[in-house]
Design a protein around this ligand. Sequence first.
Ligand code: FCB
Length: 455
Amino acid sequence: MGENKFPRGFLWGGATSSQQIEGATREDGRGKSIWDTFAAIEGNIEDGSTPEVACDHYHRWREDIDLMSGLNLGAYRFSIAWPRVLPNGSGQVNSTGLDFYDALVDKLLEAGIQPFPTLYHWDLPQSLQDQGGWASREIIARFVEYSQAVTRRLGDRVQNWVTHNEPWCIATLGHEEGCHAPGHKNPTESLAVAHHLLLSHGHAVQSIRQEVPGAQVGIVNIHCPAHPLTLSPDDLNAARWFDGFFNRWYLDPIFKGKYPEDVIEDRRAAGHLTSGELPFVKDGDMAIISTHLDFLGLNYYSRSVQQKGPDGNPLPHIPVPENELTDMGWEVFPEGLYDSLKRVHHDYNPPQIYIMENGAAYDDPISPDGSIKDDRRITYYQQHLLAAQRALLEGVPLKGYFAWSLLDNFEWGLGFAKKFGLFAMDKTTGNRIPKNSAYWYGNVAATNTVDAPHL
Ligand code: FCB
């Protein structure tokens, strides 16, 4: 059995988000979020479920922290629900909403688990959406106001802060493809949304540092390496297109203070921009967006293989049949994590990197003996951790790893059908049931070691 030790102090964590696990959407003064609205519209959530109860974490959070302690985790990435803190998005702070996170942070610290809150993991207050949401520049001041309300309450105990989770998903899935809240299909709008997310991030970084001396601040981006199907110039161009649209559109502004020219040209050619100018960029914006970060959070699930489609445009995703697919239809491709880490380190050089999400959806039944034998998830984790370790040994400043997810939860437009958890949840009782991967991951965290795949 291979000895694959990680460096001393490497952080092992679990990740969740508020809308996906909390439930209690109408309790203690919480306002409505865009996902409450989106999920209530018939046909938007594949299995017809809603996040109203979700994992009932709002009531079972103590038990969930105990689960993490049982796995020897040293860190927990969760998100704060903006509508709990500011039910109307702005103005009156709901201190009862903040009490919840206050108590959560205290118990985490008591358990020796470092809190890594994310300020925005997609649950925008509906009242801000009614005023234009992320498409409106006004939202930047609202986001800073919200971040101040949170940091003033938790900043005496919380050191690590994430501003946004995956701006690409918010802009593209929410405003271009329409399969996420608020369900818009407007590519031009999605470009403004992306810019306002990045700008609000930069302002929030500055404000968090003012409120929390010594804070470590970062953003979480999803990273997806793009591979051409063949080495034909057309397929190579399709891969360049995808990489630009998915990865560089976010990393370049954050680390280099500019948007990539080739993507501006792609967007102009597609009719999403009327000229080579970005009308939503004002003087000084790029300097704020590229405010120095303490870390980059990188989420990795899979790669994308690209080819030129029949209409001349790139085809966004082609599953590769010879490789295994998870229940999301995503190819299992651990080398992509190694490549992503190396690339981000080489091209952008963030001072520290955390893998803030990585995991796989598989639906495995409860065996007669009560266990859940999710060998495929264990293999997925093993292979990805070994890929991450290779990058680490080659000098990538990787500081920690957060498994997505602690428990099966509300997987956005796909509802509860897609299961990413280390723990399953009994739908009727809400009880948490450890999968074999939970025991396996707990052992990784306890020994700081990942055995070579042996299944
Ligand atoms: C990421 C999201 C997370 C979860 C996983 C599967 O894009 O950040 O909330 O849905 O995908």
